[in-house]
Design a protein around this ligand. Structure first.
Ligand code: PEP
Length: 248
């Protein structure tokens, strides 16, 4: 059975003091939930988050990592650095990284492979732009991103990966995919995983929806057959909103 996973993506928000007070406020509010809760915080807040999360079941995530282990890569953070700070999850291939920082499918694939090799759980983001959706290419684009990102990933590794379907046009825009559209894409992603890894594995993979998830729309989205959770940006920055999303 797939346990729902709600992950907050704080993006470039929350310094270490803000991180501490947010988590101290959130802890008690979500302690009874059956849902797996993850916070993907900025690199500089990881240490504060680790301390504040001690004794909770909330998972600690980063928002990016290098595929390199060490060396002359100014500004990069290695998987071992994340592991040494208690990080368990890492967002890979977020559309902001693809669009603004020009991350390619090949770079994303190297990161996914390295994260798995090191024991970090990738939250792999895929999804189409508005233009691609209007050209009826949502499935083609998403399938391509998925296949490229998963090159060299074995069955046992695939079971661990979280896939986040995030239509680019719905991220931070207030526009949400309809629950039915989100589910259609989640079903399609699961079918693609079935082609690649077989039914048993595809049925186990957690597929999240991301794109303007809010307390007001989370329940409908979570009621869909193949949506197993949400990757939440803006609404994960307010304790009250994130609590309502977790306790949908
Ligand atoms: C995201 O950053 O992954 C995201 C889905 O953002 P938002 O919820 O703000 O649309």
């Amino acid at each position: 059975m797939r346990v729902p996973v709600m992950a907050g993506n704080w993006k470039m928000h929350m310094n270490s003091n803000e991180t501490k007070s947010f988590i101290h406020d959130l802890r008690g509010r979500v302690e009874d939930t059956e849902v797996k809760v993850i916070l993907c915080v900025p690199f500089t807040s990881i240490s504060a988050a680790k301390d504040a999360l001690a004794g909770t079941k909330i998972g600690l995530g980063a928002q990016n990592m290098s595929w390199e282990e060490k060396g002359a890569f100014t500004g990069e953070i290695s998987p071992d650095m994340l592991l040494s700070e208690g990080v368990e999850y890492v967002i890979i291939g977020h559309s902001e990284r693809r669009a603004i920082f020009k991350e390619t499918d090949d770079m994303i694939n190297k990161k996914v492979v390295k994260a798995l090799e090191k024991g970090l759980i990738p939250i792999l983001c895929v999804g189409e732009t508005l233009e691609e959706r209007e050209e009826h290419k949502a499935k083609e684009v998403t399938k391509h991103q998925l296949k490229e990102a998963l090159k060299g990933v074995r069955v046992k590794e695939m079971e661990k990966i979280i896939v986040a379907y995030e239509p680019v046009w719905a991220i931070g825009t207030g526009k949400t995919a309809s629950p039915e559209d989100a589910n259609e894409m989640a079903v399609f992603i699961r079918e693609t995983l079935k082609e690649l890894y077989g039914e048993e594995t595809s049925e186990e993979v957690i597929i999240q929806y991301g794109g303007s998830v809010k307390p007001g729309n989370v329940e409908e989205i979570m009621n869909q057959s193949d949506v197993d959770g949400a990757l939440v940006g803006g609404a994960s920055l307010k304790v009250e909103d994130f609590e309502k999303i977790v306790n949908f």
